[in-house]
Design a protein around this ligand. Structure first.
Ligand code: NAP
Length: 504
């Protein structure tokens, strides 16, 4: 890829202005690095929390933990906040830290290639924006960014209204409508309780019942908020309590252990308490170990399914017809609107954009059978590139932001090393990366995720490129320091650097 640029290279290009990209930008600035830009394809910042605005959208991780420790918010209104409040938190971080001028909206990266001679990444964009060069790149485009539609015959023939959970149509009026919801994952269990209040009828098409656990959501009163605001250490203490509480849950959901039975007992108790009809209860009973697929945290999904205007359909979908959904036993379910709560196109085997590294290596080719990286942040052959939420950094039991914050602090340290030492190449050693991934895959074999169920964590071949097989504390500790022994460092040659700057 060749580019021509009219400005000097950036020190850092951050791709994506969701939680990760914004967090990276804030920490770069706090480290004194100011020559950076954040490129965002959309016209607004916020990533997941800009896109997921469906009724009931909220986070099932407590807000005090689903936030950055470097940007505490004493004012969360509930234990588990809604999507609007979370988006507001992201926007207020941007406003308070002064990073807004660094954000370039409507910049969709078309591809990037590493210029080894100069030690910079050439980044090109779709459409008008001029290409840029950057000494380091932070890829923060997020794994759950593009809506996924199911591969069901006839899907294009439906003549009614269609909505995806991650692209909600707020102008559509559900009043008096017959609605079909496909999917019963983390998004669907939040949507269905809201839809049954508005629509004439709701049919929920379930392929696999999940483990549903209680999520006790409480309003945070003014007095408690004032304690978080004014009492030194209160906010940190609460965060730590949530953190270690979630860490203990790992023993039951990351690995099959006697505690997995306890988690399942809690799920079964909720099912027994909330669903009295034995047949419905049977239809809602999972047949895999708790934790293998994502746990569903909700108190109002089962009650919603039992409303008079709601029905659970468990027959497989045979096809979608112009006026509704036909199930395998031949019944036509007419619908005015189909809501796809069917998740995202998650690439576990490629990259979101074409990335060409050293010696013309193409990352998508190398990741064809499954993505891998070193500590999920750096990849051998792709110097000066840093990933957030990269391969094997997904948590099953704790806040994704804890993992993200560790990645951000690690990569900011590494970028500091590149700039302070004027490095051309900062590249993880292949042997370190291989050793790391061999250990990760061995450890994954012992986890619930690899215990036989189908989930978006696995490739079609069953390779787990998504989850981190351990405690968040372990993950955090391994990223606490940048061990220079893991990396090949090559200093910039002043003449080459000068040529790169003058050519750009
Ligand atoms: P998801 O977990 O991938 O669930 C998709 C649902 O659609 C599943 O129930 C799936 O059934 C069903 N489905 C897919 N194709 C189908 C087909 N052809 N026929 C019938 N059913 C089909 O998607 P999601 O609920 O949007 O959640 C995705 C991720 O987003 C979560 O794992 C989580 O990481 C994140 N999320 C987080 C929160 C939060 O509160 N923190 C909330 C929402 C989402 P199968 O199970 O049989 O595949």
């Amino acid at each position: 890829m060749t580019t021509t640029t009219s400005t000097a290279p950036l020190d850092v290009a951050v791709i994506g202005a969701g939680f990760a990209g914004i967090g990276a930008a804030i920490r770069l600035r706090q480290r004194g690095i100011t020559n950076f830009a954040v490129f965002e394809r959309d016209s607004e910042i916020g990533g997941t929390w800009r896109d997921n605005t469906y009724p009931g959208a909220a986070c099932d991780i407590p807000s005090r933990l689903y936030s950055y420790s470097f940007a505490p918010n004493p004012d969360w209104s509930h234990t588990y906040s809604g999507s609007r409040e979370i988006l507001g938190y992201i926007e207020s971080m941007v406003a308070e830290t002064g990073i807004r001028p660094h954000i370039r909206l409507r910049h969709t990266v078309a591809g990037m290639a590493f210029d080894e001679q100069a030690g910079v990444w050439d980044i090109s964009f779709e459409g008008d924006p001029e290409p840029v060069r950057a000494r380091a790149v932070v890829l923060a485009s997020g794994p759950l960014a593009n809506p996924g539609y199911p591969d069901i015959p006839g899907i294009e023939t439906f003549t009614g209204h269609t909505i995806h959970s991650a692209r909600w149509d707020h102008d559509y009026d559900f009043t008096g409508k017959k609605v079909a919801v496909i999917g019963t994952g983390a998004s669907a269990v939040q949507i269905v309780p809201e839809l049954v209040r508005r629509a004439a009828s709701v049919k929920v098409f379930q392929r696999t019942p999940g483990w549903v656990l209680p999520r006790v959501n409480r309003h945070t009163g003014a007095l408690t908020r004032s304690v978080y605001r004014h009492v030194p250490g209160a906010e940190t203490l609460a965060r730590q309590a949530w953190f270690y509480g979630h860490e203990s849950v790992a023993l039951g959901v990351v690995w099959n252990s006697p505690l997995t039975r306890v988690v399942e007992l809690v799920g079964r108790a909720q099912l027994r308490r909330q669903v009295k009809d034995p047949w419905l209860r049977r239809q809602l009973t999972p047949d895999f170990r708790a934790g293998c697929k994502r746990l569903l945290m909700t108190d109002d999904f089962y009650p919603a399914l039992q409303r008079d205007n709601c029905k659970l359909i468990t027959w497989p979908i045979a096809r979608i017809a112009p006026d509704g959904i036909r199930t395998a036993e031949g019944i036509e379910h007419r619908a005015d609107c189909i809501v796809y709560a069917t998740g995202f196109q998650v690439s576990k085997t490629g990259t979101p954009i074409p990335i060409t590294g050293r010696d013309g290596r193409v990352l998508s080719d190398e990741w064809q059978r499954g993505a891998f990286a070193y500590k999920s942040v750096t990849v051998s052959g792709y110097p000066n590139l840093f990933l957030t939420f990269g391969p094997n950094s997904g948590p099953g039991h704790n806040s994704a932001l804890v993992y993200m914050e560790s990645q951000i602090d690690y990569l900011v340290r590494a970028v500091g090393i590149i700039l302070d030492r004027d490095l051309r190449i900062f590249e993880v050693r292949q042997d370190r990366q291989d050793r790391y991934n061999t250990a990760i895959q061995r450890r994954l074999d012992a986890t619930t995720w690899n215990s036989g169920c189908q989930s978006w964590y696995l490739t079609e071949d069953g390779f787990n490129a998504t989850m981190y097989p351990g405690f968040a504390t372990q993950y955090r500790n391994q990223l606490r320091e940048v061990d220079l022994g893991d990396y090949t460092l090559v200093a910039a040659e002043p003449a080459v650097r000068a040529r790169a700057v003058s050519a750009s």
